[in-house]
Write a protein that binds this ligand. Structure first.
Ligand code: ATP
Ligand code: MG
Ligand code: FE
Length: 339
């Protein structure tokens, strides 16, 4: 099926077009520059930007894909989780397109879409696989018997999300927003072994994570340097912090694969763009005989193609579409693939 996917859960207006597992277009308009001076996404600003960007981004995606609205078989949209006002803009637009075209509407889970998107790059997902979902608002390990209908949480962060920790540490180091890419870049010049930061819940035998102690430890370390009038070795702090995060993420992800007899590990969400996470996961998966799948960085951060990919999966599975009065749900549970 030819599916148009619309994503507006945060600050990216994403519109993707896929045919089955083939990516045809991935158009994005971001309001990130408008939020940067506030050091975080301002919901009202994001909603207004989505409104302005929606129609042009849909048009751009269609022309990039070389198709017209009449060719589209189904509309998919992020129904949650995310910022309520931002989600509403996408859901309202998707309803209008679905109603106007007389095509089915699929309201999908943003987090599942972060997992489903890998199929555009590496083909059908093995059933089951383990997914490590690491993004700005979530950090979870999932057992995924079927990405269209069966997603089971194994564990999740008990406090901050991994991406949130990257963003907060970047602020402490006076790097830009969002912090993940800046830390990633700074860390390349640093020595990860130069400072030993705590690894929360490392040996607790669960699939849960904790990053708030790490974030506080980094802030204290930097403050004590500044108080003593010593220069802060930004690259070393970034590298040591990043190593602590990716060490615990990969350790628990591999344990989850082994315990669930999963031959494949998938990593998705914005933090999956991190170069050190990708490298260490590859190294540890090879050592454990597990196959690693990570989409290219542009498909890890928020985009419309991931929503279209999950929509195509649902159409292919023969699932009934959403009602046209589909609500946006800012706290949609990870187990609800389709609303
Ligand atoms: P959620 O998916 O939980 O609703 P979100 O949609 O806001 O949250 P994503 O776009 O999936 O989040 O991911 C954004 C997060 O990814 C940010 O916290 C950002 O700092 C982080 N990130 C992006 N690139 C990198 C990178 N190279 N290294 C580490 N973190 C990164
Ligand atoms: Mg974003
Ligand atoms: Fe996301």
């Amino acid at each position: 099926p030819l599916v148009l996917g619309i994503e507006t859960s945060c600050d990216e207006t994403g519109v993707g077009v896929v045919r089955g597992h083939t990516l045809l277009a991935d158009a994005i308009a971001s309001s990130v520059d408008e939020h940067a001076r506030f050091g975080g996404v301002v919901p009202e600003v994001a909603s207004r930007a989505h409104l302005e960007a929606m129609t042009p981004t849909v048009d751009r995606a269609l022309s990039e894909a070389g198709v017209t609205l009449a060719d589209v078989d189904a509309i998919a949209v992020t129904a949650g989780p995310g910022l309520a006002g931002a989600l509403l803009v996408g859901v309202a637009a998707a309803k209008a397109y679905a109603l106007g075209l007389g095509k089915p509407l699929y309201g999908v889970n943003h987090l599942t879409a972060h997992v489903a998107v890998d199929q555009l790059e590496h083909g059908p997902l093995p059933k089951p696989c383990v997914a490590l979902l690491v993004s700005g608002g979530h950090s979870s390990l999932l057992l995924v018997p079927d990405v269209a209908s069966d997603v089971r949480p194994l564990g999740a962060t008990v406090d901050d999300a991994a991406g949130e920790a990257f963003d907060k540490v970047a602020r402490v180091l006076d790097l830009g927003f969002p912090g993940g890419p800046y830390i990633d870049r700074a860390a390349r010049e640093g020595d990860p072994a130069s400072i030993s930061f705590p690894r929360g819940k490392y040996e607790d035998g669960t699939y849960d994570f904790s990053f708030s102690g790490l974030k506080t430890a980094v802030a204290r370390w930097v403050e004590s340097r500044e108080r003593a009038g010593d220069p802060v070795p930004v690259a070393d702090v970034a590298a040591a912090f990043q190593e602590a995060v990716v060490d615990v993420l990969t350790k628990k992800a591999i344990a989850a694969c082994k315990d669930n007899d999963a031959s494949h590990l998938l990593i998705g969400g914005g933090v999956a763009a991190n170069s050190r996470l990708r490298a260490l996961a590859q190294e540890r998966c090879e050592a454990a005989g597990i196959r690693l799948r990570v989409p290219r960085p542009k498909l890890c951060t928020d985009n419309g193609a991931m929503v279209a990919a999950l929509g195509a999966e649902l159409v292919g599975a023969g699932l009934a579409p959403s009602a046209l009065d589909l609500p946006a749900d800012s706290s949609l549970p990870i187990t609800d693939v389709l609303v």
